[in-house]
Design a binder for this molecule. Structure first.
Ligand SMILES: Cc1cc2nc3c(=O)[nH]c(=O)nc-3n(C[C@H](O)[C@H](O)[C@H](O)COP(=O)(O)OP(=O)(O)OC[C@H]3O[C@@H](n4cnc5c(N)ncnc54)[C@H](O)[C@@H]3O)c2cc1C
Length: 437
């Protein structure tokens, strides 16, 4: 069995590792020209679902390298008002288990981990443009440079604008949530870290402000120094070639989200300096410390993003073309589970294809069984994530928005003061993200 994977992102590469470990032939085709191309700049939270999938698919040593490359674990999840006053502070569980824990990773670092040892599997500079079936039922992928590749199964792992999905399921569309986010990284220095309340950081901050505006804050501290030298003489990291390709250094990350009509119409074309000026214009009454943090953003890391989401569709007849990750279930970052769901897909598809390898299932039957489950949890995650991040929410309405924000803050303050409610909220958070008690 030959498997062709389009896209060397989170889901595609996890699948490729899983298949290679299972002794199944796999080739990945990626449009980026080199392994360090692309703006893969933001923080991704890997939850226990994601960690379990990585643990199942990656060779043992590489999984340990993945754990070794994670940023320092956040100790609190705190809601603030726009004056940086806490309304609810949730203590997070310390990462005592390598798998069953929450992890903070740099997207670029995770990418480099997943590329490790896969030089013979990934083909860079291959932009997929279409596929066709052969007379014997096999499938041929066609690339922009005129080359082709033929296999038994074609897997779309090519992300939100999937070209495979456009051809295979043209009725599966994504739509705008009406939310835009602008974000930048701030180099971690004594000056920048002093702007955040030390009591709650390293942690994750969520500022809820009037006008439906919010701002996420992340503290990303890595186990290597400014020169990229592993701290604490970590042998695994010292041996890991990925560090040569990864320019991630300690940073703080801010990301302001609001309804699209609060942004200039052409914001997605703005350069870094303009985005930072815009962040200041959008937050004139916010805490001066937060505003200073915005000004310290590195313009070369700033970008604006339109938040899109898939529109769930009914199941389709399975064939030897399938999809995983954002290619089929793009979701808002509202629940922080897009990458985790892509990783779950990769693990499930690996398991199903292993049954095909063993002659215990036919290929299309295995694809069908994978898709049945994936459609269920994938589209559920799409719906849940959309609920958390949509311009239809009350907080974005002109008058009702103020009432809704006051109500939300009141509720958060009550939870903060009632230990049983707080515990229930923390348990719910971990349960949703696959954690065990
Ligand atoms: C700001 C932000 C924060 C997020 N935070 C989190 C978080 O905390 N936790 C979480 O779980 N998720 C998070 N996500 C979502 C997460 O990043 C995605 O869901 C995840 O990366 C999807 O993985 P994927 O493998 O499906 O696609 P991707 O990782 O996007 O990979 C797709 C790959 O396909 C390649 N490609 C595209 N088109 C072609 C083509 N035609 N030919 C060949 N190759 C192609 C691309 O170059 C890319 O390498 C966040 C997203 C955003 C935007």
């Amino acid at each position: 069995m030959d498997v062709l994977v389009i896209g060397a992102g989170t889901g595609g590469m996890c699948l490729a590792h899983g298949l290679r470990q299972a002794g199944i032939n796999v080739a990945v085709y990626e449009r980026d020209r080199t392994r360090s191309d692309g703006l893969h700049g933001y923080r991704v939270g890997i939850d226990p679902h994601g960690s379990r999938a990585l643990k199942a698919c990656l060779p043992d040593q590489l999984y340990r390298t993945f754990v070794a490359t994670c940023a320092r674990a956040p100790e609190h999840f705190v809601f603030f008002d726009e004056q940086l006053r806490p309304t609810l502070a949730l203590p997070l569980r310390p990462p005592t288990d390598d798998v069953d824990s929450e992890k903070s990773v740099s997207r670029m670092t995770l990418r480099q981990v997943l590329f490790t040892g896969m030089q013979d599997v990934i083909h860079f500079d291959k932009t997929f443009v279409g596929y066709r079936h052969q007379a014997d039922g096999r499938v041929t992928a066609i690339f922009a440079d005129g080359t082709t590749a033929t296999g038994d199964l074609l897997v779309a792992a090519d992300g939100v604008n999937s070209a495979v999905r456009r051809q295979y399921l043209p009725h599966a569309r994504t739509e705008d949530t009406g939310i835009i986010a602008i974000t930048a990284k701030v180099p971690m220095t004594p000056r920048s870290t002093a702007l955040l309340p030390t009591r709650y950081f390293p942690g994750i901050g969520m500022v809820l402000a009037p006008g439906g505006k919010s701002c996420i804050l992340h503290w990303m501290e890595f186990p290597w120094d400014r020169q990229g030298r592993p701290r604490n003489n970590d042998e695994l990291l010292a041996q890991w070639p990925g560090l040569l390709f990864d320019n991630t250094r300690d940073y703080l990350n801010w990301g302001i989200a609001a309804a699209a009509d609060t942004f200039p119409a052409d914001v997605t074309g703005y350069g870094g300096d303009d985005l930072i000026r815009l962040a200041l214009r959008m937050t004139p009454t916010w805490s001066p410390r937060l505003r200073e943090l915005f000004t310290l953003g590195d313009p070369s890391t700033a970008f604006a993003i339109t938040i899109r989401t898939s529109v769930p569709i009914p199941a389709w007849p399975s064939t030897n073309v399938t999809l995983l990750g954002d290619a089929i279930h793009t979701m808002t970052p509202g629940r922080g589970v897009g990458a985790n769901t892509a990783l779950r897909d990769a693990q499930r598809l690996t398991d199903e294809l292993t049954l095909v390898r063993d002659g215990r299932k036919g290929l299309v039957e295995a694809v069908h069984d994978y898709e049945t489950r994936m459609i269920e949890y994938g589209f559920q995650a799409v719906r849940d994530s959309r609920e958390q991040m949509t311009a239809d929410a009350l907080v974005h309405k002109p008058v009702l928005g103020r009432v809704a924000l006051a109500g939300m803050r009141g509720y958060l303050r009550v939870v903060d003061r009632v230990p049983a409610l707080k515990r229930r909220m923390i348990d719910g958070l971990y349960e949703y993200r696959g954690g065990q008690d």
